[in-house]
Design a protein around this ligand. Structure first.
Ligand code: F6R
Length: 244
């Protein structure tokens, strides 16, 4: 595992964007796993700038989002589908046919989970997945539990996650309680993993994920078992790590 501590959120974001750009330059039809949330916003801004000013093309890139709420219309302002189009996809030259986001507004979410795994396999697997981490150590929406879920599945969101995400909704009661998420197994099958975290609020989760015992009680700790993980932090998120 490679850990890079940067001086600021903006440096974290540009280091992350450069790594993504390098993957796309080496493999123009790369398959990327993408997160929503506050953490990757700066990276998306950088990638948009690289597209607009440096001709970085996403034309042949395929993307798979990590997760989506269950029960929101696809274009609901708080859906992850909306987030991705608003903050990233509409600003770049990606082929819409190559964008994959779990459909949380389906009659049969279980079937949607199975289909999502099939689509990932059909795309040849994911070259690089980019992750944020929750204050409770969740990655994607794999919440602390007694096992590591293997594949894309339906989750009940933790009360702490519902609270953390309430900032995007009018009230906490509006935050969906269920989501579709890639499993820990889906993440571990990706060829490369990049974990981003900023701010002191994430320091404990980062410490436990990277340097604590490997346990489904702290889902991010599974990353210690993957052979190609790059972690990019700011000083706040790195503040509890023991760095040699
Ligand atoms: C989002 C996701 C979540 C977030 C995590 C951190 O697609 O899968 O695991 O990465 O909740 O969220 P932020 O970045 O808002 O702190």
């Amino acid at each position: 595992m490679k850990i890079k501590v940067t001086n600021s959120y903006s440096e974290m974001s540009s280091v992350a964007a450069s790594k993504v750009a390098k993957i796309i330059e080496e493999k123009p039809n790369a398959v990327l796993g993408l997160p929503t949330g506050n953490t990757p916003l700066g990276m998306y801004h950088e990638l948009i700038a690289m597209h607009q000013k440096a001709n970085l093309s996403f034309e042949k890139v395929t993307t798979f989002n990590l997760d989506e709420y269950i029960g929101l219309e696809r274009d609901h302002i708080n859906s992850y589908n909306y987030f991705m189009f608003h903050n990233f996809f509409k600003h770049i030259d990606i082929d819409k046919a190559n964008i994959n986001i779990p459909n949380g507004n389906t009659e049969d979410p279980k079937e949607e989970c199975a289909e999502y795994e099939k689509k990932i396999a059909k795309a040849g697997g994911i070259d690089l997945i980019i992750l944020g981490i929750g204050v409770n150590g969740h990655i994607a929406f794999n919440e602390p539990s007694d096992h590591f879920p293997a594949s894309t599945h339906i989750v009940t969101l933790d009360q702490s996650t519902v609270q953390a995400n309430a900032r995007f909704f009018m009230s906490v009661d509006e935050v969906p309680r269920f989501a579709i998420t890639m499993g820990i197994g889906s993440i571990m099958h990706c060829r490369k993993i990049m974990l981003l975290a900023n701010g002191e609020a994430k320091a404990q989760a980062v410490k436990e994920a990277l340097q604590g015992p490997i346990t489904p009680a702290l889902p991010g700790s599974a990353l210690q078992l993957h052979k190609d993980v790059t972690v990019i932090l700011d000083t706040g998120a790195a503040s509890r790590l023991t760095l040699t």
